[in-house]
Design a protein around this ligand. Structure first.
Ligand code: MTE
Length: 334
């Protein structure tokens, strides 16, 4: 395997800067005459999108979903406005800036699609696009999403438990891990064509979970958010959501799920293993080498001066997963 390319874009201090500080800095620079009107104009659309919370941004390509199952998990925290969930994204296949996926994935074709479940299973499964939303009853789950970059959102996902799919595939006793793979399609995904624009990632993006983590009832395969099918930038047509782990575990646009007896390689761990572990459980006590994980910037409906800095909770507040890690040193297995 080629030596991992040093990422041109790893998660930097800039990523953990409050947008209020960023925009204040821009205002200051403008008042000093350093930023011309055209530069500000170019940014005004996204700034208006960010701070105009009355905006009901429903991407035109999404379809309403039928979810009648009673929701098992809800939280009382303010939801992140939909237009922020769909315009502030990490999806390096479409570029490394937060606004690139919404702009560059708008034409992403997800039909036809096949999701294959294979490897150490008695009953391999292939789901076509239609089966993704019809084979299992859908339910809404309102989860916190905590990115390793120290920002977080509250998102109403629609989906089904990964466990339901894995049970149908009937894993062999020897299966211990689950490997996930995103679509590899450089024609559609510009970040996959060029290592610089794609953040230095060796595509396809891959992720993994231990089998017991994958079977936990919190682990969701999401096919929608805010009641509609997923917009491309959020991982259409199907993505993983593991709410007690940093967001990079929640792999998007999945085409393959493979049961295996070996710990699978994961994209960010391959790029910088001292910064991103296999487990990636949200843990305020274990700092990222370049920043603290003790607090996070909650992205809600705040305006320019809202900081929304809150304390980060162990396992992102999902204490019920603690038994999965009993007797494990979580500073070593980060
Ligand atoms: N999946 C793929 N295939 N490519 C990516 O770049 N980024 C991850 C994760 N899944 C990523 C991905 C990261 S770092 C985060 S924080 C979440 O997606 C962001 O999900 P969101 O854009 O829906 O908020």
């Amino acid at each position: 395997m080629p030596k991992p390319f040093k990422p041109s874009v790893t998660l930097t201090d800039n990523d953990v800067t409050d947008e209020s500080i960023y925009f204040n800095r821009r205002t200051l620079l403008k008042s000093m005459g350093f930023i011309g009107a055209s530069t500000l104009l170019a940014n005004s659309a996204s700034a208006a999108g960010w701070f105009g919370d009355d905006k009901e941004d429903t991407p035109s390509r999404t379809q309403p979903l039928d979810f009648t199952q009673p929701a098992k998990y809800q939280i009382e925290e303010t939801r992140t406005p939909q237009h922020k969930v769909t315009t502030y994204n990490n999806f390096y296949e479409f570029g490394t800036s937060k606004d690139a996926p919404a702009k560059r994935a708008s034409e992403f074709q997800t039909t036809p699609w096949t999701l294959t479940v294979d490897g150490m299973v008695k009953n391999p499964i292939t789901l076509d696009h239609n089966a993704l939303t019809t084979r299992f009853p859908l339910e809404e789950r309102i989860y916190r999403l905590r990115c390793v970059e120290a920002w977080s959102m509250v998102i109403p996902w629609v989906g089904f438990e990964l466990a339901s799919l894995i049970k149908q595939a009937d894993p062999l006793m020897s299966a211990k891990y689950v490997a996930f793979e995103t679509l590899y399609d450089p024609k559609q995904m510009p970040g996959q064509r060029n290592r610089f624009t794609g953040g230095g990632i060796d595509y396809p993006y891959v992720e993994g979970l231990r089998l017991d983590e994958a079977m936990h009832p919190l682990t969701l395969l999401s096919v929608g958010l805010y009641g509609k099918t997923l917009p491309p930038q959020n991982g259409a047509p199907i993505r993983l959501v593991v709410p007690w782990k940093y967001g990079f575990k929640s792999i998007k646009s999945i085409v393959r799920i493979t049961l295996t007896d070996k710990q699978p390689p994961t994209t960010w761990n391959r790029l910088a293993s001292n910064e991103y572990g296999f487990y990636a459980n949200v843990n305020p006590k274990v700092s990222h080498p370049r920043w603290s994980q003790a607090s996070e910037r909650r992205i809600t409906s705040g305006g320019l001066l809202t900081r929304n800095r809150i304390a980060t909770q162990m396992f992102n507040g999902y204490d019920e997963v603690a038994p999965l890690y009993a007797n494990m040193d979580l500073t070593r297995f980060y």
